[in-house]
Design a protein around this ligand. Structure first.
Ligand code: ZN
Length: 275
């Protein structure tokens, strides 16, 4: 799971007088600067910006992880320093410390938000960072922009020991997952589930139960997972958001999504109870 660890303390400003080295979460196009060591992947660790000839385009103080200060930064697309490389966060799963990867997901979302809110969405004036909270504010009209989150509901539909899984066009070949969709303005999570399931596969569900939630920083989603039971209707795919949908039994499962995803957890939970 890609989650912010409990021993991470968010903060806006580096407290004065702190001289201990900090972790630097440095990104280009959503990829994180890392270096492979015998123990896994490490980040730059330095009390000041670690690459003198390679200035950041933007930087944000994040807070502390296990008492260690953490900064996020974005650099121009240049070759990384010798020994370092940029990697996708998804690809770092299991190779990088999980707490560190959780903070990296947080850092990536804040960097993306900062970069895409440089101008006021209302009047176009360049925005300024507010010191006391995570916001960018327009000095002309006071419009404030906060880091955004898009809620996505995900639902595991089960019928008599079978689980409904579907293929979306963006999935790798052979991979099936649970159904998911963005929450529309004005909807409850339950309404989103009923609408998405009906639109994507043409069936009805009932007995919705909350399962868990997870931040998903690609780019700024909050996944909210539910379980449900099949109520009726014939499987009928829309052919656009969903290419194929089928019922699966535990010993005939297809390829599954990444173990760092909420979908994987939902499916594993089903398998644990139906093996
Ligand atoms: Zn404005």
């Amino acid at each position: 799971m890609l989650i912010l660890p409990d021993d991470f303390q968010p903060a806006m400003l580096l407290p004065a007088g702190i001289e201990q080295p900090a972790w630097w979460f440095i990104f280009v196009h959503g990829q994180l600067l890392v270096r492979a060591t015998g123990a896994g992947m490490e980040l730059p660790l330095a009390s000041i910006w670690p690459f003198a000839n390679w200035p950041p385009v933007r930087r944000l103080y994040l807070g502390t992880l296990q008492g260690q200060p953490c900064h996020a930064a974005e650099v121009m697309n240049a070759g990384p320093p010798p020994g370092w490389r940029f990697e996708n966060l998804r690809g770092l799963w299991t190779r990088m410390d999980e707490a560190m990867l959780g903070v990296a997901g947080h850092a990536l979302q804040l960097i993306e938000w900062d970069r895409t809110h440089q101008y006021c969405g209302h009047c176009g004036t360049p925005t300024e960072r507010r010191a006391e909270e995570r916001a960018r504010v327009c000095p002309a009209c006071q419009h404030a922009a906060y880091p955004q989150l898009s809620p996505v509901v995900m639902v595991r539909v089960v019928d008599k020991g079978r689980i409904l899984l579907a293929r979306a066009p963006r999935f790798a070949p052979g991979v099936y997952s649970v159904l998911a969709g963005f929450v529309e303005a004005g909807e409850t999570l339950e309404q989103t589930i009923h609408r998405e399931v009906a639109e994507e596969v043409g069936i009805q569900v009932y007995n919705l139960r909350y399962f868990a939630s997870q931040s998903w920083p690609f780019p700024h989603s909050l996944m909210i997972a539910f379980t449900a039971d099949y109520a009726g209707g014939e499987l009928q795919i829309d052919g656009r958001e969903i290419l194929e949908a089928r019922w699966f039994v535990p010993n005939e499962m297809p390829g599954l999504p990444s173990p760092m995803s909420m979908a994987w957890r939902l499916i594993q939970d089903y398998l644990a109870h139906h093996a």
